[in-house]
Design a protein around this ligand. Sequence first.
Ligand code: AMP
Ligand code: MG
Length: 411
Amino acid sequence: MSSLPAWRDALQQVLAAADALPCETVDTAACSGRVLAVSVHAPWDLPQAAVSTMDGWAVRAADVDTDDPVLAIAGESAAGRPSDRALRSRHAIRISTGAVLPDGADMVVPQEDTTRDGAQLRIDRARFGEVVAGRWLRARGSDFTEGEVVLESGLLLGPGDLALAASTGHETLVVHRRPVVAIVSTGDELVPLGTRPAPGQVVSSNGLMLAAQIEAAGGIAADRGIAPDDPIALRDALEDALQADIVVTSGGISVGDHDLVARTFADLGCAFEFHGVALRPGKPVAFGRAGGTMVFGLPGNPASSLVTFALFVRPALRRLLGVRGDVRPATIPVTLRNPAEGSGRRAHFVRARLHADSTATILASQVSGDLRSIRDFDAFVEVPAGVEAIPAGGRADAVLFDPWWMERRTA
Ligand code: AMP
Ligand code: MG
């Protein structure tokens, strides 16, 4: 027991073995959540000409800098339809937001600061304030200049980044490939969804639970179904699965007579870096490598599967996807509404419900085979190894399972 690694150390071992996958070219529209592998440059100035930031009037500062400026109205520069005429002295050209500043103009007066009287425009100087060239304009190249890097390699692309890529004319982007994650659920007691289980059997649910976690993390889930606790059939299933970037197995990784996953992987050339972590639930979790494939043996109990995926598999998956930032499980500090028990030398991850005031309620059932709490939890509260208990009112770190947990509230 005492020789089991701490989960943070085990995670470091996993991350040390996780490298970004090779690149592919993908339509910009499909790049949300992907990681950029080649920096993107501006092929032209942004904006390409000075444009107005307001609906109003293009004018010359020199014409406006008087006590009661009155200008003659002449023409229009609309968005997408620039004025074909230059602005003459003592004139104003109608201009809309985003429209190109006509030649001869050097600033814009917002519509709200003017009154129109037929062909004449009076500018309310008191309202407008300081008269300086450049007001209410975005100058040419003020956002980005031609050749400048607009999106840096390594960036995790969000909606705004895609807008910037599109604005600079990039129809495709070079991003890291999404990891393919094969899932093998093992156990003679498992029956597939669609079959009513006899007593002693259970419907295999970990496969789709893991697939949902994989897809949410940006991976491509390849659920290979159920393999029995039989050395030959298991070997075939695992060998097949090793084609993927990551293999996740559920069940059969503990010390029982029918727990064949670790030795079968070893027969297939997998070198384990750890098998067993000072953790509850999830103690038997194993991690190793076979060729270029990362192999995770997760325990079969649903709660153990959930925790060990969140602590080890998701961070690895994010690295393979190319994420360079901190991929360790995100935590928030909480105050407990009720006590949480420790688990001796193991870190205890107790399933808890979060509240908007940053408090957490530890759920009553922490039995790792029970499904009720994996429905009801929002976060795992960590009672660190060696801590006997955290009392009600005590502070703890909670590993967030879903940042949008508040949306799950129905009332
Ligand atoms: P194991 O890790 O193989 O000892 O399995 C522990 C327990 O987890 C089993 O007794 C099952 O009840 C449950 N279990 C294992 N695999 C699955 C699965 N794919 N879906 C749902 N429950 C499972
Ligand atoms: Mg089993």
